[in-house]
Design a protein around this ligand. Structure first.
Ligand code: NAP
Length: 343
């Protein structure tokens, strides 16, 4: 069995995903592509030697008979319209984050799935497929550290480009932390506070960097999250879960420990693509296999909605300096309640 995939947007991550589907993963085939820049679409079809048709726009691609599933990897502001069109066409859709740029847009997608009476959307929160985070979740779920009380997390980038805006520290960077911690804890957030420490001299005038985001969950766990996008030294994702009877750390990516010239050293990655390469592979492989079984296994449209609501609250907390409450709508029926809600 082979899932015939149409790709909307062949920029950086679109190309990356086309490459992994074509060269690394099984049971998926790129049969159609589109991009606002049609020269770019042609170049990608040639570069990867794809047997794929180039469509003028995303809507034509979604409607095409040969396309069974859609991958949306265009700019964030275009995601909602393409995801809604894919649901309307009853085709499974993998959408890179954000699901939509507003919580209202995400809710329109959740409602469209409800109307179609079918979950069709997977959102690109790939950390859930990282082996380290999976092992960490298993330790928590098995109760090995008791109830989780605190998470200390850090998201550090060596530097960011000039086009990186003040809001991007939340909506582009911290959004992955928002998704992964509620997944790790089987819990949702109720409030958030944002604190601005002393600013690094490396950051542009318009950016507050680093930031500390403190989120509290329904069960009372506090997540103390650092965002530091000019840390200089590497791309470093840290997560330490403090429980009632133990502490669990996210493992660092495997790297040789070198003892030489009176030093003991190990490399730190500098690039997010390498840090989560295997997670991206696993998330798309899962999407392909579950789509072929007419299922959605990964992060859902509801997860995309929760991330958007939480990110909005983070932005408000950042702007006001005040603790901001997080209010979610009621969860639709085909998304099962979290384990923590039952505990
Ligand atoms: P990018 O390099 O700018 O690529 C976006 C591509 O979509 C560009 O080729 C752009 O064309 C094209 N495009 C824009 N509007 C379109 C439309 N209406 N129809 C068809 N194509 C359209 O950006 P990127 O870094 O790949 O990011 C794409 C999305 O993936 C973003 O939402 C980003 O947040 C997300 N992303 C997620 C992760 C993750 O870790 N999960 C990592 C990276 C990116 P032009 O450039 O020619 O205008």
């Amino acid at each position: 069995m082979e899932l015939k995939i149409g790709v909307i947007g062949v920029g950086a991550i679109g190309q990356d995903h086309i490459k992994r589907i074509t060269n690394t993963l099984s049971n998926g085939k790129i049969v159609a592509v589109t991009d606002v820049n049609d020269q770019q679409a042609k170049a990608i079809v040639e570069a990867f030697d794809l047997d794929a048709r180039i469509y003028e726009n995303g809507h034509q691609l979604i409607q095409a008979d040969e396309v069974e599933a859609i991958m949306v990897t265009s700019w964030g502001p275009t995601h909602e319209e393409f995801v809604l069109a894919a649901i309307e066409a009853k085709k499974p859709v993998f959408c890179e984050k954000p699901l939509a740029t507003t919580k209202e847009g995400c809710m329109r997608i959740v409602e469209a799935e409800m109307k179609a009476e079918k979950a069709l959307v997977q959102v690109g929160y790939m950390r859930r497929y990282d082996t380290g985070y999976r092992a960490l979740k298993q330790v928590i779920d098995e109760g090995q550290i008791g109830q989780p009380l605190i998470i200390h997390a850090a998201h550090r980038n060596p530097t960011v480009p000039n086009r990186y805006t003040a809001d991007m520290s939340i909506v582009d960077t911290f959004i992955h932390e928002i998704d992964i911690h509620r997944w790790l804890l089987n819990d949702d957030y109720v409030s958030v506070q944002v604190i601005a420490p002393k600013k690094t001299r490396e950051a542009a005038d318009h950016l507050q960097d680093p930031l500390i985001v403190i989120m509290k969950t329904k069960q009372g766990t506090v997540i103390n999250g650092e965002i530091f996008v000019h840390c200089q030294y590497g791309y470093d994702i840290q997560c330490q879960v403090v429980g009632e009877k133990g502490i669990a750390h996210l493992p660092d990516p495997a790297s040789v420990i070198l003892r030489s010239e009176a030093k003991c050293s190990t490399n730190i990655l500098t690039d997010w693509q390498y840090r989560f390469k295997e997670a991206y592979d696993a998330e798309l492989q899962d999407w392909i296999h579950s789509s072929l079984k007419d299922e959605v296994n990964g992060p859902s449209a509801w997860d995309g909605y929760v991330a958007a609501v939480t990110a909005d609250a983070c932005l408000k907390a950042k702007a006001t300096g005040k603790t901001t409450m997080i209010h979610l709508k009621e969860r639709p029926f085909f998304n099962q309640p979290f384990i923590a809600e039952k505990r």
